[in-house]
Design a protein around this ligand. Structure first.
Ligand code: GDP
Ligand code: MG
Length: 429
């Protein structure tokens, strides 16, 4: 069972209970502890985070407009982000990057992934093979460079790293990003340190990045400190987060060191790399939608359509604003998820998922209304008006009545929203 599954199970268990009392919270705490410990999170950190979650759930009042379930998820989410928190935005400028680390950590794969990452963002990239110890290291990187469609340089059977780098820098001088892949060892020893120092001298990297595999769990923290002491690193890349149950242990341990988590590897394929963003990672772990992306999206839409609490006068909601609202909601994407997270799960489905088709039909109907009808929905209680609009718009009377029903639902939902102030709270945060 991976960390996400463990935590999701714990959440499901507590939120299914009829009454969430002190005992239920303590049980939840124990379930979380089990999940975190099995992900190899350091035991002190486990107690720290679960104590804080317990305390918050016992002491804090559930804010109005948020269901207890969403509140539990939210507290857990916030504390996990604190445990594994940080995010990295790679600067898109020319640079030299040296990747280092132990055997099998994922250096060579990551070198190619990283080269492609930058090249896809407009910076031509090249790879230099400086792994002089492993047989077939040259062929492996050459093939990966080919797959990634980036330049490659290496000298077969050459053991002198300075020589390789001198020639490589000359050959790849038109490349904006140059990434050097180095030898690994079973452990950090003097031989490796000396080799890395030589590469460092000759290559003069802007970034020295330690590549670590997530499956070493909390040892990641210690390893980052050791490498940092020996050769001073700028950050780390954690690979194999897809396949290891110990990712939580690795990320949380790194978060307690000075080592910056720059990227994470999430699969064997060349595109399986992303800059680290703990919020995104935890959202995925808890299988909740990427909240920050969704909230950004809502903000954008609200700005575009100038819809906010001040601008919507519920009493005055008419068919003109109705159409605008539907269009705005359509742009927001999985609205249902956002709303249910805000404790507004009772919003009618039909209001939320208006397909383009329906929107078009509504537009035609609304276009066939008179100005007065649009401004005063009450007029449509008159059957004759509905008949006239049906004729004019080429839709059935039933469809018009359906639209009116949805209009009324929207009106109701707007008042819930205004009442709970939930949306505003989320947007301001
Ligand atoms: N599932 C998964 N496998 C990875 C990832 N990164 C690397 N690997 C695999 O780990 C193994 C060792 O990788 P390699 O790049 O040769 O490690 P190196 O010895 O440090 O150069 C290879 O089989 C890779 O395909 C990752 O993010 N996810
Ligand atoms: Mg390698």
């Amino acid at each position: 069972m991976d960390l996400g599954e463990g935590i999701r199970n714990a959440i499901n268990k507590i939120t299914k209970k009829n009454i969430i009392d002190q005992k239920a919270i303590e049980e939840y705490k124990k379930d979380l502890q089990k999940a975190l410990i099995s992900a190899d999170v350091n035991i002190d950190l486990v107690f720290e985070i679960t104590n804080r979650i317990e305390e918050r759930l016992k002491k804090e009042e559930v804010p109005s407009g948020i269901s207890e379930k969403d509140y539990i998820i939210n507290v857990t989410y916030e504390e996990l982000v604190r445990l594994m928190g940080s995010s990295y935005q790679p600067e898109l400028k020319p640079k030299r990057i040296l990747l280092l680390g132990l055997y099998g950590s994922g250096k060579t794969t990551t070198a190619a992934k990283l080269a492609k990452f930058y090249q896809d963002r407009g910076l031509s990239a090249g790879l230099i093979c400086c792994d002089v110890s492993r047989p077939a290291a040259y062929e492996q990187l050459e093939k990966l460079a080919n797959d990634a469609n980036v330049a490659f340089f290496g000298i077969k059977n050459e053991k002198n790293v300075r020589n390789i780098i001198k020639n490589g820098l000359e050959k790849l001088k038109d490349r904006k990003i140059i990434i050097c892949d180095s030898s690994g060892r079973n452990a950090l020893d003097n031989e490796l340190i000396n080799e890395l120092k030589e590469i460092n001298d000759e290559f003069k990297p802007d970034e020295k990045i330690l590549v670590l595999s997530a499956d070493i769990g909390q040892v990641a923290g210690k390893q980052a400190e050791e490498f940092n002491k020996a050769i001073s690193i700028n950050g780390v890349i954690v690979t194999k987060l897809d396949g290891s149950g110990k990712g939580g242990g690795a990320l949380s341990a790194l978060n307690t060191t000075k080592a910056k988590i720059m990227f994470i590897g999430t699969g064997e394929k060349i595109g399986d790399i992303e800059p680290y963003d703990s919020k995104k990672y935890i959202s995925r772990l808890l299988a909740i939608p990427d909240l920050s992306a969704l909230i950004d999206n809502i903000k954008k839409v609200l700005e575009e359509e100038k819809i906010n609490e001040e601008n919507i006068d519920i009493e005055k909601l008419d068919f003109d604003t109705f159409y605008k609202e539907l269009k705005a909601m359509n742009k927001m994407g999985p609205m249902k998820q956002i709303l249910s997270m805000m404790g507004l799960a009772d919003v009618p489905k039909e209001v939320i998922s208006q397909g383009e088709e329906k929107l078009k039909k509504y537009k035609v109907i609304i276009d066939s209304m008179t100005k007065e009808e649009r401004k005063n929905p009450n007029l449509l209680k008159d059957q004759n008006r509905i008949k006239r609009i049906a004729k004019g718009s080429g839709v059935t009377e039933t469809e018009i009545k359906e639209m009116i029903k949805e209009f009324n639902k929207l009106k109701k939902y707007m008042s819930i929203l205004k009442d709970k102030k939930a949306l505003k709270k989320y947007l301001i945060k």
